[in-house]
Design a binder for this molecule. Structure first.
Ligand SMILES: Nc1nc2c(ncn2[C@@H]2O[C@H](COP(=O)(O)OP(=O)(O)OP(=O)(O)O)[C@@H](O)[C@H]2O)c(=O)[nH]1
Ligand SMILES: [Mg+2]
Length: 403
């Protein structure tokens, strides 16, 4: 199953703006809390330097796009309803929020880096709210929600497990099925908290709390999109968030959305993640629009290098989910598929994937009939257990299917 990244966080911080900017889906955006009531799901893009430039070929992309040597691979993103204090008890849109978040494999926690919204998501003067509180709000609500699920009947099932001299895993597993939390996550969290799985009756409420925190960290890794970075007070707040040890990416979702829409309309040339943009049709833009574009250059590109939105998506898939890009071809010399298309496809796959596993990603039959693979760069043969590297171009040689 393709992994999903979720945009989560306090109400009115810019989650839907971020989502719309990456997916170009028309979703509701407004400067008040709870604009989003139901989650939005869409396709964003992972940006990767295409191998076409290195191989000096003109490619014919099929499952992805290639713009001036930049490969854009489709990835799944969900935009969730805003979160407020008490969400774990169903306050605000708590239930809807948590219901959606369970489907995500990694999270981008969006916060209002300018501190321009209060704890309920109402607009306030920039600088009056601490964005670190936005982040803690998410973590605390999620942890309490998880704690509630784990603690329900915990005494009963910990006694049963102990009586049967069993580890507690199975019982926790059952409760957490459907939340994207695996046995491995549970075992890791238990080890981190130094809890004895055979003696769960001795786990205190505090132990369970620590356990819930570790479970969240291992099953839903997160990065911070420090949004509204264009506003006053954002820069110093971003430094403070970084100092707390979070992976932080300053973002300006509003700017990214404006640029993507302008590019879509052919007014500017801009590919998500670019360090600048070119105005193509100045005569079609009015003074206000031109001024807005210049302001984006000034307040976002000069200050931060880019809008950060694409970097956040990339970071979530490459760092949090540890994925790499691999190109399958049917002819390692010509770099073509059966139809003669050059470098048509590429896939985001887990780092550590073997040649045979990659064959299975292309087609399950191909894994069964796998003989060996060829690395198009070195022309070397790769055995079934050979692990692939980022931006590898791979031909799979398989036994012909019997008629
Ligand atoms: N200055 C600035 N404003 C932004 C930015 N991103 C979003 N906004 C504004 O913030 C407000 C809230 O945006 P939304 O995308 O609706 O926020 P949300 O987090 O989805 O809100 P809920 O769905 O209510 O939780 C809107 O007025 C946006 O235009 C940004 O990068 N900079
Ligand atoms: Mg929203």
């Amino acid at each position: 199953m393709a992994p999903i990244v979720g945009l989560v966080g306090k109400a009115n911080v810019g989650k839907s703006t971020f989502f719309a900017a990456t997916t170009l889906k028309p979703v509701d955006i407004a400067n008040f809390p709870f604009t989003t009531i139901k989650a939005n799901r869409g396709i964003a893009y992972f940006r990767s330097k295409c191998v076409c430039t290195e191989f000096k070929v003109k490619d014919n992309p099929n499952n992805s796009a290639c713009i001036d040597g930049v490969r854009l691979l489709p990835v799944d993103l969900i935009d969730t309803p805003g979160l407020i204090r008490g969400a774990h008890e169903g306050k605000g849109l708590g239930n809807q929020f948590l219901d959606e978040v369970r489907r995500a494999d990694a999270l981008i926690v969006v916060c209002d880096a300018a501190g321009s919204t209060d704890v309920g998501g109402q607009p306030v003067t920039p600088g009056s709210n601490d964005p670190l509180d936005d982040i803690r709000l998410f973590e605390e609500e999620f942890d309490l929600w998880l704690l509630n699920i784990i603690s329900k009947d915990f005494e009963k099932f910990s006694r049963t497990a102990e009586m049967k001299r069993e580890e507690i895993w199975k019982y926790i597993d059952e409760k957490l099925s459907g939340l994207g939390i695996t046995r491995n996550h549970i075992i890791n969290a238990c080890e981190k908290c130094k809890l004895n799985p055979f003696k769960a009756t001795g786990w205190s409420r505090e132990d369970l709390k620590r356990f819930a925190v570790e479970l969240r960290k291992s099953s839903k890794p997160l990065i911070i999109a420090a949004n509204k970075a264009d506003k006053e007070f954002a820069q110093e707040n971003i430094e403070r968030i970084k100092a707390e040890g979070y992976i932080v990416i300053p973002t300006c979702a509003e700017a990214e959305l404006a640029l993507r829409r302008a590019a879509d309309a052919g007014l500017i040339k801009y590919t998500p993640g670019d360090k600048d943009f070119n105005i193509l049709q100045p005569d079609k833009l009015n003074q206000n629009q031109l001024r807005a574009l210049e302001s984006i250059r000034e307040k976002v590109f000069r200050k931060y290098g880019n809008t950060g939105v694409q970097d956040a998506v990339n970071e979530a898939f490459s760092k949090l989910l540890d994925m790499i890009v691999v190109y399958p071809v049917e002819d390692a010399d010509k770099l073509t598929d059966s139809k003669g298309r050059i470098l048509p496809d590429c896939y985001l796959v887990p780092n550590g994937i073997t040649a045979r596993q990659f064959a299975g990603v292309i087609h399950s039959d191909l894994a069964d009939s796998f003989i060996y693979a060829i690395d198009a760069r070195t022309k070397k043969r790769l055995g079934e257990g050979q692990t692939l590297k980022n931006r590898d171009v791979i031909q799979i040689v398989a036994a012909k299917a019997r008629k």
